[in-house]
Design a protein around this ligand. Structure first.
Ligand code: UD1
Ligand code: MG
Length: 469
């Protein structure tokens, strides 16, 4: 559905508040939910509305908040406007007025309400229709602290803040969520007329409702039942409540697609996870960034997997850590990884590769069937098909100033505890004896041994302790 053909949508995000109850040096709107700053969740939702612009009101912690908002990669054109001092929500939106065009509908959001769905806001915009004031509301069993929706019959007449409400008004369970859609032109007029004659001495945004009523402009309420969508974060406890609720929703969505999670309560996704059919994920796994799992992939318990593509049939055993960061990691079909393996950026593993416990692979390609099963390091290496890389062996890829490549051609067998000093090439089919430190390339098919020659002294008498006298 594209409403924006009818009228442009501009978003205002209030993010100037202090968030005292977080008891953190980090501004509240930068606290993370599912790995993403709260205010970024709000902007991501706004981007789904195809909004024309977003104006973010900053204040407390603006020096930290603004660089995130203005960083390249925002899907939306973001403008920051400072509100100093903070004199209330009405005063906050007043700061945005010069940045707002007259022809749009303004959707007002809060930087600390991360889980609103775009569809909900679309429905609110439809209610606004370009010429009405539309409020997002919901019924609350305990509405304490919230602004109450005061109606006469069905018609909305005002929002009364809890602190200003009469006892009778405090019985009202329908509350204002903090989110509204409103024609910009009218909004600007009302904002110029609000005052701070109220219990908190603040300029209330919510006072625009009675001004709209006085002007004869229709006020409509779009009532939802999903409280999570309008829940704000004020404390660490509320943050974790939203985190778990959000994670559970993500887990349920994946299970509906067929993914088999051992326990949706012990699953964390902080990014995007794409799964083909018959993927199994054991408990306590964390997925970050962009992860894609092919058909039949199995992820063991306690894995952390980020920015990685895992092909069909691969098995990631427990306690494996994979992070492709910017370069990515790819794991080939039927590969076996872990337990206790570490794949770092640029690890590109072919089909049926085996990586065992305490093996680290960085910026290296391993062709089909190559194996490094125990206690090893492969950095800046090109490893051929069927190579067997022994326990305790490493590529010495760094000379203190520069990184160099190690090439291990197909069918090579590297014994245990070898050091391959790069740059170096081990020729196809060659064998390197255990304990060798190689500094020179080797010929295909050769055996290379580079270590102290063994000496055995026959009938060697071990020193004896002198008997005590
Ligand atoms: C507001 C509403 C209330 C509603 C509730 C829903 C008003 C007057 N009241 O109350 O009707 O039920 O939200 O959660 O709007 N902010 C600024 N600058 C300011 C003040 C606030 O940027 O000067 C920001 C805050 O950081 C926050 C948002 O605006 O993100 C809402 O402010 P908050 O103080 O939480 O408003 P409430 O008193 O909860
Ligand atoms: Mg609040």
């Amino acid at each position: 559905m594209s409403l924006n053909a009818l009228f442009p949508v501009d978003v205002v995000v209030m993010a100037a508040g202090k968030g005292t109850r977080m008891k953190s040096r980090l501004p509240k709107v930068l606290q993370r939910l599912a790995g993403v700053p709260l205010v970024q969740h709000v902007l991501n939702t706004a981007a789904q509305l195809n909004a024309r612009s977003a104006v973010v009101i900053t204040g407390h912690g603006a020096d930290q908040v603004e660089p995130l908002l203005l960083a390249p990669g925002q899907a939306l054109a973001v403008q920051c406007v400072r509100q100093e001092p903070q004199l209330g929500t009405g005063h906050a939106v007043q700061q945005a007025v010069p940045a707002l065009a007259d022809d749009g509908v303004v959707v007002i959001l809060s930087g600390d309400v991360p889980l609103t769905q775009a569809g909900t806001l679309q429905a609110l915009i439809v209610q606004c229709g370009g010429d009405k004031l539309a409020l997002l509301t919901l019924d609350m069993a305990d509405p304490t602290g919230y602004g109450r929706i005061v109606r006469e019959g069905d018609a909305v007449k005002a929002i009364v803040e809890h602190k200003d409400a009469t006892d009778a008004q405090r019985q009202i369970q329908e509350v204002y969520s903090g989110i509204m859609a409103v024609p910009a032109k009218q909004l600007k007029g009302w904002l110029s007329r609000i005052d701070n004659q109220n219990a908190q001495g603040e300029y209330y945004l919510t006072d625009v409702v009675k001004l709209a009523v006085a002007d004869g402009l229709p006020v409509v309420a779009h009532k939802i039942i999903d409280a999570l969508q309008v829940a704000g974060v004020n404390s660490p406890v509320q943050l974790v409540e939203l985190e778990r609720a959000h994670q559970l929703r993500q887990a349920n969505r994946l299970m509906e697609q067929g993914v088999r999670l051992k326990d949706p309560a012990r699953f964390d996704l902080r990014g995007q996870l794409d799964c083909a059919q018959d993927v199994e994920i054991d408990v306590n796994c964390v997925f970050e960034g962009q992860v894609s799992l092919g058909e039949g992939v199995k992820i063991g318990a306690n894995c952390v997997i980020a920015n990685c593509t895992i092909a069909a049939g691969a098995v990631i055993h427990p306690f494996t850590h994979i992070d492709g960061e910017k370069l990515g990691v790819s794991v080939g079909e039927g590969a076996l990884i872990g337990p206790f393996a570490r794949l770092r950026p640029g690890a590109q593993l072919g089909a049926e590769v085996h990586i065992g416990n305490f093996v680290e692979v960085k910026n290296s390609t391993m062709a089909k069937g190559a194996k490094a099963n125990h206690l090893a390091y492969l950095g800046d290496a090109t490893v051929g098909e069927r190579v067997n890389y022994g326990a305790g062996s490493i590529t010495a890829n760094y000379d203190g100033a520069n990184k160099h490549r190690t090439v291990i051609e197909a069918d090579v067998h590297i014994g245990s505890n070898c050091v391959l000093v790069a740059p170096i090439t081990i020729g196809a089919g060659g064998t390197v004896g255990g304990g060798s430190t190689l500094t020179k390339s080797t010929e295909p098919g050769s055996l290379s041994v580079a270590r102290g020659k063994q000496v055995s002294i026959a009938n060697w008498a071990r020193p004896q302790k002198k008997p005590k006298t």
